[in-house]
Structures are given as structure tokens and as C-alpha cells.
Design a binder for this molecule. Structure first.
Ligand SMILES: Nc1ncnc2c1ncn2[C@@H]1O[C@H](COP(=O)(O)OP(=O)(O)OP(=O)(O)O)[C@@H](O)[C@H]1O
Ligand SMILES: [Mg+2]
Length: 329
């Protein structure tokens, strides 16, 4: 039995268009001209209990808008959403008991309250039985290393500490579904790692369903088995991460900085030019054909290389490759 059903879901934002300057502001006030933005365009998917789903796409793709409709914050413009057999917008209160949400760019905690008081407050709002509250609190104090922070007001926490506190606040009422919208944004690798481990452990131990939005493909790689990719409001991929990895894991990019302007050179076998500037060259190579050191060596034989770096393919380039048919190749 699916826990989330989304059918032809759409969201149109209506904004007032305004000409520049004061006159433009007045005109917009008295004779508004509207423009519709189709942020989510007839998307459909279902999610099973206990799934860990990565919801990814470039800036403005429609991820947060989708999450807001799933959580009942936003009214859809069309289509249907059911979460735990409820309409999340119409049945917001019962829905809230069963879900948890983290918006990485915004805090849900009370800025001036010490963390423990925020959590106590949440206990009362959700009417969490004292025994299970205590159990969860002890667990999170340990797994999220929060004990030393309980007495600290939220405003004094570092970014990484705050995110750990947010996760505790989101999961303390033992929701069945959690939506995490960029939970690792701006965090250093160590904190990211701890948060990833925590999310995985919660899923393993309590079978909590996780929908995770992120720009960090490392998060996806470590946490999710399934990926839904959205672009310009439409779903362009829904399937196992392994398929994407098999297709895109094939390619790597190497960027070389040269000591003098780049002249003529022969492309190493299995490599193609992504970008070339005066003293900078980015090549993409097929790992099944060649290796980074072979490519670097072939270039160094021809050009005076001052520095080079290797990069994993990023999300934008994966999206571009999907449009050019890479998944069907
Ligand atoms: N409140 C709003 N009013 C008008 N347009 C909006 C509003 N919120 C989002 N949009 C527009 O809807 C589209 C989708 O935005 P959304 O925030 O869902 O994208 P996103 O995938 O979460 O992007 P990001 O990765 O930058 O967080 C964008 O074109 C955005 O400008
Ligand atoms: Mg967003």
C-alpha cells in the first residue's frame, strides 16, 4: 500500500508584473497585470512506506513547490495528492501529526529559546507521551550529539548544530514520513556525514519514509535508492540511482591550468573538450576507455600544465545529458 500518491499534480503561481520605477508600482497597484508561472507541471508518482527517495533538479525546477504541496502548506492548482490516505491541505492538522518537515534554509525552532525548551514545547503541541518523548530525547542526544547543546538558545548555535537540532525537532514525534528540503546546505563534510548516517539509521530502525531534496549528489548517493528528477516542473527521470550512476558514472571531467596560452594539441584517446579558455582546458573522458592519469599524462606531454583537478559530473550536466538521450543510449 503506497504511502504517497501524486497524480497529475500542478502548481501555478500568479505574480503581478510591474514596470520599473514609482509610476510602475502605482500602475501595478491599481491596474495589476498578472503573469502565471507554471512551477509544477502535471507530475505523478507513488512512494512506498520505508522508501528513501531523492528529489533532485536544478535551481527553480519545482522541488520546494512539490514539497510544499505534499506537506499541505500550498494548495495545488491541479491534480491530486494523498499522503497516508489524506488530502494534506484539507486535513492539515491530522496530517501534521504523521509527518515531519525540514526546510534547510529556514528554521522551525524558536530563535530565543534554549533547544530543550523548544523540544519540550513540541512535546506539548504533539501530545507526545512523556515516556516515548524521553526515550527519543535520549536517543537523539546521543546520535545527533545534542546533549551539550540543550541549554543553548537556537540563535547561538552554529549552522551544523542548528541542523542537528532541526532534525531532532522534526523527528521527535515519530512521524511516518519526513520531507527534508536541503538539509545539508552549507554544512561541512563531517556534519553532512553525521546527518546522512542519522537519516539512514532512522529509516532502518523505524522504517520512516524519507523524501530528500538536495543539490549535493553525495547525499543522494549515500542515502537514496530511488531518484526522481524534476526539471522545469516536469519529471524527467524516476528510477533507481544505480541506472543514473551506470550511465553518468562513466564520465569524469578533468580541468587543467596551463602555464602559457594553450596552442595546438592532440586530444587524448577517449576524451573530448568541454570547455577551453586561454590557459584553461576542461576535458570529459570515458572511464571505461581511459583513466585520469592517462589523460593528464597525454596533455602534459604536449602542454605546460601548472595544475589540474578532477570533478564528478554535476547535476546540471546530468540533466543536460538526459535531454540529449543519454538514458536511452
Ligand atoms: N511564492 C512564489 N511566487 C511566485 N513564484 C514562485 C514562488 N515560489 C517559487 N516560485 C517559482 O516557481 C518555480 C519553482 O520554484 P521552487 O522553489 O519550487 O524550485 P526549487 O526546485 O525548490 O529550486 P531551488 O533548488 O532553487 O530551491 C521557480 O520558477 C520559482 O521562481
Ligand atoms: Mg527549493
Amino acid at each position: 500500500m503506497s504511502i504517497i500518491h501524486v497524480q497529475d499534480l500542478s502548481k501555478v503561481y500568479r505574480i503581478v508584473e510591474k514596470d520599473p520605477g514609482l509610476a510602475g508600482s502605482f500602475k501595478a497597484l491599481f491596474r495589476p497585470r498578472y503573469k502565471d508561472i507554471l512551477a509544477v507541471d502535471r507530475i505523478s508518482f507513488t512512494i512506498e512506506p520505508g522508501e528513501l527517495v531523492g528529489y533532485i533538479g536544478v535551481n527553480g525546477a519545482g522541488k520546494s513547490t512539490t514539497i510544499k504541496m505534499l506537506t499541505g502548506i500550498l494548495l495545488p492548482s491541479g491534480g491530486a495528492v494523498r499522503v497516508l490516505e489524506r488530502d494534506p491541505y484539507q486535513q492539515r492538522v491530522p496530517n501534521a501529526r504523521d509527518i515531519g518537515v525540514v526546510f534547510g534554509q529556514r528554521s522551525q525552532l524558536w530563535w530565543d529559546l534554549p533547544l530543550i525548551e523548544s523540544l519540550n514545547f513540541i512535546q506539548r503541541i504533539y501530545e507526545i507521551p512523556p515516556a516515548s518523548f524521553k526515550r527519543r530525547l535520549d536517543e537523539f542526544a546521543e546520535t545527533l550529539e545534542l546533549k551539550a547543546l540543550f541549554g543553548t538558545p537556537i540563535r547561538n548555535l552554529s549552522l551544523g548544530q542548528k541542523m542537528r537540532a532541526e532534525l531532532a525537532a522534526t523527528l521527535i514525534h515519530d512521524p511516518q514520513v519526513v520531507y527534508l528540503d536541503e538539509p545539508t546546505i552549507g554544512l561541512d563534510l563531517l556534519v553532512k556525514e553525521r546527518i546522512r548516517e542519522f537519516i539512514k539509521a532512522q529509516n532502518r530502525q523505524r522504517n520512516v519514509t524519507v523524501i530528500l531534496t538536495t543539490h549535493d549528489l553525495g547525499d543522494i548517493e549515500e542515502i537514496c535508492q530511488r531518484v526522481i528528477m524534476i526539471d522545469a516542473g516536469r519529471i524527467i527521470y524516476d528510477g533507481p540511482l544505480s541506472l543514473i550512476k551506470a550511465r553518468f558514472g562513466k564520465f569524469r571531467e578533468i580541468t587543467l591550468e596551463t602555464a602559457s596560452p594553450i596552442g595546438l594539441f592532440a586530444l587524448p584517446t577517449g576524451a573530448e573538450i568541454v570547455q577551453q579558455a586561454d590557459q584553461r582546458l576542461t576535458l570529459r573522458f570515458d572511464r571505461t576507455v581511459t583513466t585520469a592519469s592517462q589523460v593528464a599524462a597525454a596533455i602534459m606531454n604536449q602542454l605546460e600544465v601548472a595544475d589540474f583537478s578532477l570533478a564528478e559530473p554535476d547535476l546540471a550536466s546530468i540533466v543536460k545529458q538526459i535531454y540529449s538521450g543519454a538514458l536511452h543510449a
